[in-house]
Design a protein. Sequence first.
Length: 570
Amino acid sequence: MSTVELQANEAEIVARSLVAIVDIGSNGIRFSVSSTASHHARIMPCVFKDRLGISLFDAQLDKGSASSISTRKPIPQEAITEICLAMKRFQLICEDFGVSNDNVKIVATEATREAPNSKEFRDAIAKTTGWEVELLSKEDEGRCGAFGVASSFHNISGIFMDVGGGSTQLSWVSTVNGDVRLAEYPISLPYGAAALTQRLLYEDEREVYEEVRQAYELALEKIKIPTELIEEAEKNGGFNLYTCGGGFRGVGHLLLHEDPNYPIQTIINGYTTGFKKVELLANYLLLKKEVPNFSEGSPKIFRVSERRKQQLPAVGLLMSAAFQVLPKIRTVSFSEGGVREGVLYSRISPSIRSEDPLLTATRPYAPLLSEQYRKLLLGALPEEVPSEITQTIVPALCNIAFVHCSYPKELQPTAALHMATSGIIAGTHGLSHKVRALIGLACCERWGFDLPESEEVFYGKLEKLVIQSDPNDGERLLYWTKYCGKIMFVICGVHPGGNIRPGVIDFNVIPRAEANKTNTAVQVGMSANDVKSSYTVKNRIASLQRKIKKLNKSYKGKDRVVVEVEYRMS
């Protein structure tokens, strides 16, 4: 087979894995082309993404009329024409990428569903492109939203809310081994951000608030939260609330703007904060009916448009009313995932959905013998190390241990620190902010943790993020993350070429009880005369002892480690 034929064959294989999705929402129309190739399908990488800022909800309103919500106008012909032109352009883009018509899916939600001329609108798209538009029912829209949120995290369990332009959805959701479970009948309510904003122009706020509160009270009974989720919430001090939709994303960006010291300002997906903070903001928006001005400078808020600002007080009312009847909430997590991501995620097999997104994202960078590095690193870890470290951070760290080899020495720790916030895996879909912080800290330590002062400040902000995200176990996670990075600094220094030779260096863990010591002892064994045990390597191990000793001083937990060096004569 010729080179040209091989290239054509490879292009065809890539094209077969591409899926195009159009989400015709209430506040805009989203276009995307994503890869579902098995090696990275879990993180759903996009090769094209665009948005048409036409609000079908606003287009159907008779502004100036109190009855405009209940008696919507047909979608105007000029809007239909503009949308059909955008669809035709997207069809050309799909042809450029080689996406087959069988791999194109168009879905429409509340605004299209409620439009008086819904059929004419969908027929116009079909006539222009040959693509049929699937009109999602209220229940299907809720399911797609829940799948979208599930795609945005690794293993979730809690309550799900989606606030769009024309409606809001409520369900419970949990994922186990890639199986997404949710309420049999997710509830859709006509209280989207744009819909409530319009109603509050003409209706009594207290009456609307009470209506929303009662609707959520009834909806909560209908979704029937499983006993096991209730017991889990009681054990953990409350439910986790997972949110999506433009209304909630606006609130999330507002919260980030409120805290300028928060280290990850540009990624809303995976942001988690305490419930009380969200509740206070919701009540402020409800009572003040304006967006708070957190800074004396520019009133601009990143990723919050003027139109979104006008809708946030209505979102505050919705949240305050819902919080009155929802069970105790412990944390609130914000998601980029919505109907588009949900449709795509639902097409992926459960076995792929069960993958840890951090491992999927770092796998392409793994050295040939990354598994041997993992085994050697695990040999230096006591049994009490959290599974989040051993099952996620350790294998990911081994995958990307040599990514920054070609960087100047003084840049390596800094570049590694930013790896998951603005570096090579920053665009990964499915990572929580806590995981982004942990892998950045681990990689920074792997390269020796030699940072300029400004980057030490950022390092400290990531530490604080982890503790805030996990008040119960954050300090412990930080300790073991840093410890793993420091051990890898030695391992990679001894075996920099990706080939681990047996007997050069090994680790022996002596538990506290067995050693009759306060701390666990980890013996570093190495050959005194081996050619690879040069002065440089010995110096790294000596520095490891000092670094672990310093790390112990900063950690108040009981499961600390003392490093001992044992030279073997050969």
